[in-house]
Design a protein. Structure first.
Length: 274
């Protein structure tokens, strides 16, 4: 009797746009792993029941995306250090005991894309992180671990950015500010962690600050490009990237946690971009 393939999924709301099922299918084929990976649309109010039911029915692991990453914290039996620091979970591992362990692979996904795929050197550079929500929290500690000379968090509500900077001050030189305070500042790398692109908008970043940047990276991804990356390119920024690489790299880290093998990402990323 043929064994049923192990089941994994990504939960979000909305989720129809997700490329994660395709990415994990490529990983499974490459590593010869017998698994099925699907996308499940779950409204926020239904998240606890959806997670419980998925694992009760034999599911082996979950990814979580907007808007569930922070809400999932309360559903975990244990948290990895990365998830605890980020205050968000994007990967759930079912342990041998049956308990659920929350992980966060977003930060390492971004760092691997910047450092390994794009050749962006963060060490000793000034970095501007736009946004102070869950996406920003997930990448802050890994970015600071690369030893930038300074990292500034900018947010529409400056107080929220300052509060976040205080939470992460032990990891490196970080401070919070409002967008209006950025006018005279210069940053080599600007990372957009806002949700503005979901509304086809750009964050209220001073154009003068954007034009001085050498590299801009949008955590979001879209067919073609994103609103922020397009704006940066129009302002003369030489190197503009979107989050496909981060998506593939964080997925590979999730796959490693679940299956014990890390797939090669280069060919999958090239196919995704094409």
């Amino acid at each position: 009797m043929k064994r049923t393939a192990d089941r994994y999924a990504v939960i979000g709301h909305p989720i129809a746009h997700s490329r994660s099922p395709w990415i994990h299918a490529q990983f499974a084929q490459q590593t010869r792993q017998d698994l099925l990976y699907s996308a499940i649309d779950v409204a926020p109010k239904d998240l606890p029941a959806a997670v419980r039911d998925f694992f009760a029915q034999g599911g082996c692991g979950l990814n979580l995306t907007v808007p569930h990453k922070q809400a999932a914290l309360a559903l975990m039996d244990a948290l990895s250090e990365a998830a605890r620091i980020a205050g968000a979970v994007n990967t759930i591992v079912r342990e041998a005991t049956g308990g659920l362990r929350g992980e966060n692979t977003d930060g390492i996904g971004l760092v691997r894309d910047l450092s390994c795929n794009l050749g962006v050197d963060v060490t000793g550079r000034r970095v501007l992180l736009l946004g102070a929500g869950g996406a920003a929290r997930g990448v802050l500690a890994p970015l600071l671990a690369l030893a930038p000379s300074a990292l500034v968090i900018a947010n529409r509500t400056a107080e929220r950015a300052r509060e976040l900077s205080q939470l992460f001050a032990r990891f490196g030189p970080v401070q919070g500010a409002g967008y209006a305070q950025l006018e005279p500042e210069c940053f080599e790398l600007i990372v957009n962690a806002t949700a503005a692109g979901l509304q086809h908008e750009s964050p209220p970043l001073p154009v003068s600050t954007l034009r001085r940047a050498q590299v801009c990276y949008d955590l979001a991804y879209a067919r073609g490009t994103t609103q922020f990356a397009l704006w940066a390119r129009e302002c003369g920024v030489a190197r503009c990237y979107t989050g496909e690489g981060m998506l593939v790299e964080q997925a590979a880290e999730s796959f490693l946690l679940w299956r014990g093998v890390r797939p090669e990402t280069a060919a999958v990323l090239a196919a995704l971009r094409s």
